[in-house]
Design a protein around this ligand. Structure first.
Ligand code: FMN
Length: 369
């Protein structure tokens, strides 16, 4: 059995706990495709308040996505979004403890530029920076800026991302001049100074859902965001990813997303859900499916993802009173073996304040070291 290499990142998951964070509301509309959901504007001020609150209530990380084109529709969903890393650098200066994870799409950036940007973020945040590395999948998002290589298919984009990530890691970890002569990435006596504060390097996460995406995470990252139709499927994916990583001598955490709709009672939460369902943005939904490469003729055929999105939610949701939410989160974690959750709210200020009252303390007590 290979030796497991597991750098220390000062996260609860290293001591038997679970990691809880939020997906930053960096794009307008958040993750609910509905005209009757609260209007998230994706502004710096909205994000600043969410980040400061997330830190105040004791969450472990804040993460933002990289998004350059939205889905239009009635809500103009995600048509407005700030730059992930510039935003997170500002939020690093507004916080002291919470981890700051930003996203880079490998197709858009030279790895030496990103190595330096994350190192800068690590210094601004005093050792809290993390990198969510994604290959890019939405053709229109890249083609609009002439950055979609037609010759690079889905799996080849992950091969590209692997070389890219290896270059970033070497620039973080190795001293002196670094050269690489890969199929896609070249470094010619490349210098990258200073090095990150975190040793040996900052935290790296990925979010691929395919077999190839999982393989990329197994060999290159510390955590993988996974999905699944139900708890059993998530457990299988989580176990498989962890076992494959272990066999490769690495430790891989698994995380999932959850939209939390919390009200005083289950009935009130169901009522809120119904209000969101009534405003379902069918047009935005169709455009979102198109962005995933599904053509209009296929929209009639339901699968797990389309069925979920048809309810207006772009990620799995948990709705109810605090007691119901605690029970469901514990059930998901216990049945799947996840190492943490990235939470999303219809209204971040209300959601985070509610979370702090009973849900988060209960989860911390249940999953203490
Ligand atoms: C939690 C999460 C965050 C993601 N963030 C981004 C992002 O910021 N930018 C992006 O282009 N894609 C993002 N994606 C999409 C993934 O990188 C990936 O393309 C998608 O999950 C499909 O998986 P596959 O590439 O293995 O087919 C994200 C996915 C998830 C689940």
């Amino acid at each position: 059995m290979p030796r497991i290499s597991s750098p220390v990142f000062d996260l609860p998951s290293e001591n038997g706990g679970k990691d809880f964070g939020i997906f930053m509301p960096i794009a307008n509309g958040g993750w609910i495709l509905s005209t009757t959901a609260p209007k998230i504007d994706g502004s710096y001020e909205y994000n600043r308040r969410a980040a400061v609150l997330a830190e105040e209530i004791g969450l472990d990380f804040i993460m933002s996505m990289a998004k350059f084109r939205g889905y239009g529709g009635l809500n103009q969903q995600w048509d407005i979004s700030l730059d992930s890393t510039v935003l997170m650098s500002a939020l690093a200066a507004q916080t002291k403890r919470v981890k700051i994870w930003t996203t880079f799409q490998t197709l858009l950036h030279n790895p030496a530029v990103v190595a330096k940007m994350i190192t800068t973020l690590d210094q601004v945040s005093n050792g809290r920076a993390g990198l969510n590395v994604v290959p890019g999948a939405f053709k229109d998002e890249f083609a609009q800026m002439g950055a979609w290589p037609e010759t690079l298919g889905h799996d080849a984009r992950y091969d590209y991302a692997s070389e890219w990530m290896s270059a970033v890691r070497r620039l973080w970890e190795e001293k002196g001049e670094i050269s690489a002569n890969g199929q896609y990435i070249k470094l010619n006596h490349c210098i990258s100074e200073p090095k990150p504060i975190q040793k040996p390097r900052p935290f790296v996460v990925a979010a691929g859902q395919s077999e190839k995406g999982m393989d990329f995470a197994i060999h290159n990252t510390d955590a993988l965001f996974i999905g699944g139709r139900d708890d059993a499927e998530m457990r299988d994916i989580s176990q498989k990813a962890k076992e494959k990583a272990k066999a490769a001598g690495r430790r891989l955490r698994t995380y999932a997303m959850a939209i939390i709709v919390q009200e005083e009672t289950d009935a009130k939460a169901e009522n809120t859900m119904n209000v969101f369902r009534e405003g379902f943005d069918e047009e935005g939904f169709r455009n979102m499916l198109r962005s995933y490469g599904m053509i209009d003729a296929e929209i009639g055929k339901e699968n797990a993802m389309t069925a979920r999105a048809r309810t207006g939610f772009m990620a799995p949701h948990i709705a109810g009173s605090s007691a119901t939410i605690i029970k469901r989160i514990e059930q998901v974690i216990d049945e799947t073996g996840l190492d943490g959750l990235m939470l999303i709210f219809p209204d971040y200020e209300k959601g985070l304040k509610n979370l702090a009252k009973e849900v988060l303390p209960a989860l911390r007590a249940r999953y203490s070291a």
